[in-house]
Design a protein around this ligand. Structure first.
Ligand SMILES: NC(=O)c1ccc[n+]([C@@H]2O[C@H](COP(=O)([O-])OP(=O)(O)OC[C@H]3O[C@@H](n4cnc5c(N)ncnc54)[C@H](OP(=O)(O)O)[C@@H]3O)[C@@H](O)[C@H]2O)c1
Length: 293
């Protein structure tokens, strides 16, 4: 497609609502906010709220897709529902898809996939690439927001993060940057066919991460490295089924083993600027009241 016709396409698409799935989640909520800040029409879909969308109830899919030309897809982990959803989207006249995936999913031996999350993401990527639509794939590494809204948030608030991550470091990426890349891909023509691997500007150990959050919040927070066996035993004592506890330990393994230390250039490639630092994430989250007492 030549430049003129793709920009005409984008112009025509901007009159239609942009569907954002996972609109209450870490990346989707920010995508919604950034699109609305630009004055663009957004259909923010989740299991509750004005636009009810449930991956497990295909009867909710048509209303979500009606009149839409661009979609941000946040899949339901452990399923392969993106493929039938993309087929439905094609029937509704959708032209552009941005998919939330994950860094490392294409690397052999990246992580044990006991919950089928990596398999699901690989299937979703293939479905989007084979759709015949304009597609962009966002592959973030560990979100910085795991410390404030996700996996580690309760422990950070309680002042002690206990994980089997040793001295491992990860190049945590700020979900504000993930959302900015997604918004660029939804609204600009030049991102079609791109896979953007997203990270922060450098790797940070968990000791450094909690020290940075301590500094930003003025609270005492520490990281306690655990053995995998002790971590699983603690989760089981808290009431988790052993298989789920093992699956959580599997998710942490790449962090412990240094497989998430590398830095990716997706933020710079998509946005022409460097990614936000972990300290910027911690300071802005603290100022916004992201770690309430
Ligand atoms: N966290 C990380 O460090 C990390 C790193 C790399 C990749 N990823 C991948 O990123 C994706 C998660 O993105 P995220 O962190 O932005 O999301 P998130 O914060 O985990 O939020 C999940 C979203 O999905 C919605 N949802 C849950 N169940 C649903 C269902 N049955 N039907 C429809 N919507 C449903 C939730 O909304 P309601 O509950 O309100 O319905 C929420 O908006 C996953 O695929 C994950 O594997 C995460």
């Amino acid at each position: 497609m030549d430049r003129l016709s793709t920009s005409r396409l984008t112009g025509a698409m901007s009159e239609h609502p942009i569907l954002v799935t996972g609109a209450t989640g870490k990346s989707g909520r920010r995508v919604v906010n950034q699109l609305r800040a630009r004055g663009l029409p957004v259909r923010a879909a989740a299991r509750s709220g004005r636009h009810v969308f449930d991956w497990t109830d295909r009867g909710t899919w048509d209303a979500a897709l009606e009149g839409v030309r661009s979609v941000y897809i946040v899949q339901l982990d452990g399923t392969k529902l993106v493929r039938p959803f993309v087929e439905r989207a094609v029937r509704h006249g959708v032209r552009r898809i941005v998919l939330a995936s994950g860094r490392g999913i294409d690397l052999p031996d990246y992580a044990k996939d006991s919950s089928g999350i990596l398999e699901g993401l690989l299937d979703s990527e293939a479905a989007v690439r084979e759709s015949g639509l304009e597609w962009t794939i966002s592959r973030p590494g560990w979100f910085a927001q795991n410390f404030s809204e996700g996996f580690f948030a309760d422990a950070v608030r309680a002042g002690e993060l206990r994980l089997p991550a040793g001295d491992g470091a990860a190049s945590f990426v700020d979900a504000e940057d993930i959302a900015a890349v997604v918004v660029a891909a939804l609204t600009e023509d030049r991102h079609a066919g791109q896979i953007y691997e997203l990270s922060g500007p450098r790797a940070v150990t968990l000791t450094e991460a909690v020290a940075t959050i301590s500094k930003a919040t003025g609270r005492d927070i520490r990281y306690v490295p655990l053995s995998v066996a002790d971590y699983v035993a603690e989760l089981v004592l808290q009431g988790l089924p052993p298989a789920d506890a093992e699956a959580f330990a599997d998710v942490i393994a790449p962090l412990r083993e240094g497989r998430d230390e590398y830095v990716s250039d997706g933020v710079r490639r998509a946005l022409g600027r460097p990614p936000r630092t972990f300290a910027e994430f911690a300071e802005s989250t603290a100022v916004a009241g992201g770690w309430p007492a």
